[in-house]
Design a binder for this molecule. Structure first.
Ligand code: ADP
Ligand code: MG
Length: 377
């Protein structure tokens, strides 16, 4: 069996922190990335994302653990000897060199003959579609998007096996970010590069990644396909990280129902292994809100769903949809309703349906996901 292009094993790195205990920035991390795969590393500021990239890129030495590229341990090798290309958040371009010379720099360091050099630099600038005039300009004469392209070309020209990008689009506006993200995705696939992209933008991660690695305090909480981290999070942290979430605490489990905060009931069969202290996740777009059916009793549905009564606290118009804040027996719910369905206004009494399969059990911290719950997906 061929080894993965990039493999991290029990990788750790701490930093001294005044007189106190050291900060463990990366804490025993394992990760494998295959050729052509794009792994998005996400997590809050300070969770260790940049430290991890610096360990892989060779800009920082680990305290323990291994970094393997094509199965070969690269510990101790400097960045230019490990077939890894790193694009830093700041781009780190040389201000006094033209775009073209910035890209050529890495090849000059590697003593690539002049005859080859020009062709390789042109090819790299073609891949990132930098226009001809911009190639002769210095970084400060380029737009943010153009600087980003130069930074990427400068790394691609060295033909790395592994591409690392630290928040590459953080300084760009949304439209450009989305366009460059798609271009990068196509380029990285076409060149079969094992890629780790750091972002704190959860939408970007869900849109671009083959797999999303969610990092929290130096550790990986979950590594999964985008739909996995969004729809089947293994912890409340992961659930809350990806967009708005209704995370309802399980107060009690009776014979056939879960009693949630606010006295809301949900058929127990759907989430049979739940215990008090766990949470039930329902994404706002999965709730079905109707005004016409506001009367009638609340039920916990025998099909695994539920039907609750609530009052609209606020409604925020957002063009394609509206975000509703609802009060259901004291529990706050968020619902997203398509604008074409004429969202109810604040004050309206509504019925909230939880369709069968829309609820997901998030076990209390430290408790593994019960197998019965996983089997329901
Ligand atoms: P992220 O990129 O996820 O925001 P970092 O990897 O930059 O996080 O930082 C992780 C933790 O390690 C933070 O607590 C940060 O303060 C600490 N840290 C990072 N680099 C250093 C350093 N060179 N010296 C001391 N502490 C550091
Ligand atoms: Mg960082």
């Amino acid at each position: 069996m061929t080894p993965p292009v990039l493999e991290l094993r029990a990788l750790s790195r701490a930093f001294p922190h005044g007189r106190g205990a050291p900060v463990v920035a990366v804490d025993g991390m394992d990760l494998r990335v295959e050729p052509g795969e794009l792994a998005c590393l996400v997590g809050p500021s300070g969770c260790g994302k940049s430290t991890l990239l610096r360990l892989i890129g060779g800009y920082l030495a680990p305290d323990a653990g291994a970094v393997r590229i094509d199965g070969v341990e690269v510990a101790g090798a400097p960045p230019e000897r490990r077939s890894v290309g790193t694009v830093f958040q700041s781009y780190a371009l040389f201000p006094h060199l033209s775009a073209r010379e910035n890209v050529a720099f890495g090849l000059r360091v590697r003593r690539v003959p002049a005859a080859q050099l020009r062709a390789r630099v042109d090819a790299a600038l073609d891949w990132v579609a930098l226009d001809a005039r911009a190639r002769e300009r210095r970084p400060r004469e380029l737009s943010g998007g153009q600087q980003q392209r130069v930074a990427l070309a400068r790394v691609l020209v060295t033909e790395p096996r592994v591409l690392l990008l630290d928040e590459p689009f953080a300084n760009l506006d949304r439209a450009l970010r989305e366009r460059l993200g798609e271009e990068l995705r196509a380029l990285q696939r076409a060149r079969n590069l094992a890629t780790v992209l750091v972002t704190h933008d959860q939408d970007e991660a869900l849109a671009l990644a083959d797999r999303v690695a969610v990092m929290h305090a130096g550790r990986l909480e979950q590594v999964d396909a985008p739909a996995g981290v969004y729809e089947r999070p293994r912890s409340a942290f992961v659930a809350a990280f990806f967009g708005a979430a209704n995370l309802l605490r399980v107060v009690a489990v009776t014979g056939d129902a879960l009693v949630l905060e606010g006295g809301l009931r949900l058929a127990a069969q759907a989430l049979g292994a739940a215990r008090a202290g766990d949470h039930v996740l329902v994404r706002p777009e999965r709730l079905e809100v109707s005004v016409s059916a506001a009367g009638g009793p609340a039920t916990d549905g025998d099909d695994g769903g539920a039907s609750w009564r609530a009052q609209v606290v606020s409604a925020t118009y957002r063009g394609a949809d509206a975000l509703l804040t609802l009060d259901a027996g004291g529990a706050a719910l968020r619902a997203r309703v398509a604008a074409k369905e004429r969202p109810p206004a604040a004050g309206a009494r509504v019925r909230v349906e939880v369709p069968a399969g829309a609820a997901w059990l998030v076990p209390a911290s430290g408790r593994p996901l019960p197998e019965t719950a996983a089997a329901l997906t």
